[in-house]
Design a protein around this ligand. Sequence first.
Ligand SMILES: NC(=O)c1ccc[n+]([C@@H]2O[C@H](COP(=O)([O-])OP(=O)(O)OC[C@H]3O[C@@H](n4cnc5c(N)ncnc54)[C@H](O)[C@@H]3O)[C@@H](O)[C@H]2O)c1
Ligand SMILES: O=C(O)C(=O)C[C@]1(C(=O)O)C=C[C@@H](O)C=C1
Length: 361
Amino acid sequence: MRTALVIGTGLIGTSAALALARRGVAVHLADHDPGQARTAAALGAGTDEAPDGPVDLAIVAAPPAHVAKVLADAMRRGLARGYLDVASVKGGPRRELEALGLDLTFYLGTHPMSGREKSGPLAATADLFEGRPWVLTPTRDTDTEVLNLALELVSHCRAVPVVMDADAHDRAVALVSHMPHLVSSMVAARLEHAEESAVRLCGQGIRDVTRIAASDPRMWIDILSANPGPVADLLSEVAADLTETVRALRDLESADAARRGEGSAGIADLLRRGNAGQVRVPGKHGSAPRAYETVVVLIDDQPGQLARIFADAGRAGVNIEDVRIEHATGQQAGLVQLMVEPQAQAALKEALRERGWALRQ
Ligand SMILES: NC(=O)c1ccc[n+]([C@@H]2O[C@H](COP(=O)([O-])OP(=O)(O)OC[C@H]3O[C@@H](n4cnc5c(N)ncnc54)[C@H](O)[C@@H]3O)[C@@H](O)[C@H]2O)c1
Ligand SMILES: O=C(O)C(=O)C[C@]1(C(=O)O)C=C[C@@H](O)C=C1
C-alpha cells in the first residue's frame, strides 16, 4: 500500500494513520471537522490536503451511525481502490450499504478490538492496536486485492487479523465489549451522588471496573443502537445473576443458620464462576493469560520517578510486563505496581532496594 485516505481523524482514525505514516504510507486525512484533520496532521499522521487521484485504501473511522453514508459518498466519488470501515458493529453498516444499492465488492467491514475511553486525535497513539485482534468480515464477493490491503493495514498496525462473519462478530462483541460497557456504567452511576467520604476511598478495583464508563456517550448510543438484541439477551442473564446474588446476601443476613448456609453457597458459586470466566480473558498480545508477580514501589510525586524505576529495572535485566500507578488521594506520593515474570521478582526487588527504593511487602 502506497497511499491511504483516513476519513474521520479521531482516536481510531488518527492511530491507524500514525501507524501507516510510520511505515512510509502517504496518508491523507479528512474529517467533517477540518480542525480534527489539521490536528492529526500536526501529530505526524499525514497531510490534510486532499489526494490528487484515487488512493489505494480509504479507511472510514467516523462514528457508527455515519459510517454507511460516509462510505457511500467515498465510493460514489471513486476516492480509492478499496474501502474499509472500523466501526464497532458490523451487521448494521453492511445492511445500510446494501440498502443504498452499492456494489460491495471493494468494501470490507473491519473492527480493531482496541481503543480507549478518550476520543479525538490527541488521544491517538501509533501502537494502539499492537498485539490486539483486528476483525475482518469478508464475504464471498469481497475482492481479494481489498482483503490484501486490509491485511497490510493490520500488519502495519502490528495487530492480529481475525476473520469472522459480520453477525457472529456482533454477537461476540455484545459479550466481550457492549454488555461489559453497560455494567461498568451501572457501577460508576452508583458514585454520582455518593458521599465524598466514600468516594475518596476509591482504590484500584473500582478504577479497573469503571474506566470505560468515561467513554463518549454519543458514540456508545450509536454502538448499542446497532446491536440492541444480543446485548439485551446478555443483560437478562446478568439480571438473573443479580437477583440470585441479592437473594443470597439476604440469606446471609438471616438469623437462621440453614439460610445463611444457602446464602454462602450462592455467593461462593458466583465467585467460582467469576474465577472460571476471568481466566479465559486472553493476556497481553492476545496470548494465553500469564501469571505475573507484582513488585510495589512507593514513589514521591516528582517528575522522572517512573523513568528512574524503569531504568533501574532495565539495568537489573528485568522486563516490566505491565505497570499500574495508584495515587494516594491528597498525598504527594503514589504506589507503582510493576508486573514481572515470577522468576524475575526477587532480582527486581533486590536491585530496587539497592538503589534506595522503598518497596511495599
Ligand atoms: N473508541 C474505541 O475504543 C473504538 C475502538 C474500535 C473501533 N471504534 C470505532 O471507530 C470509529 C471512530 O471512533 P473514535 O473512538 O475514533 O471516535 P472519535 O470521536 O475519536 O472520532 C470520530 C471522528 O469522526 C469525525 N466524524 C464524525 N462524523 C463524520 C462524518 N460524517 N464524516 C467525516 N468525519 C466524521 C469526528 O469529527 C471525529 O473526529 C467508530 O466507528 C467506533 O465505533 C472505536
Ligand atoms: O478499552 C477501551 O477503552 C475500549 O474502549 C475498547 C473497546 C472494548 O470494549 O474492548 C471498546 C469499543 C471498541 O469497539 C473496541 C474496543
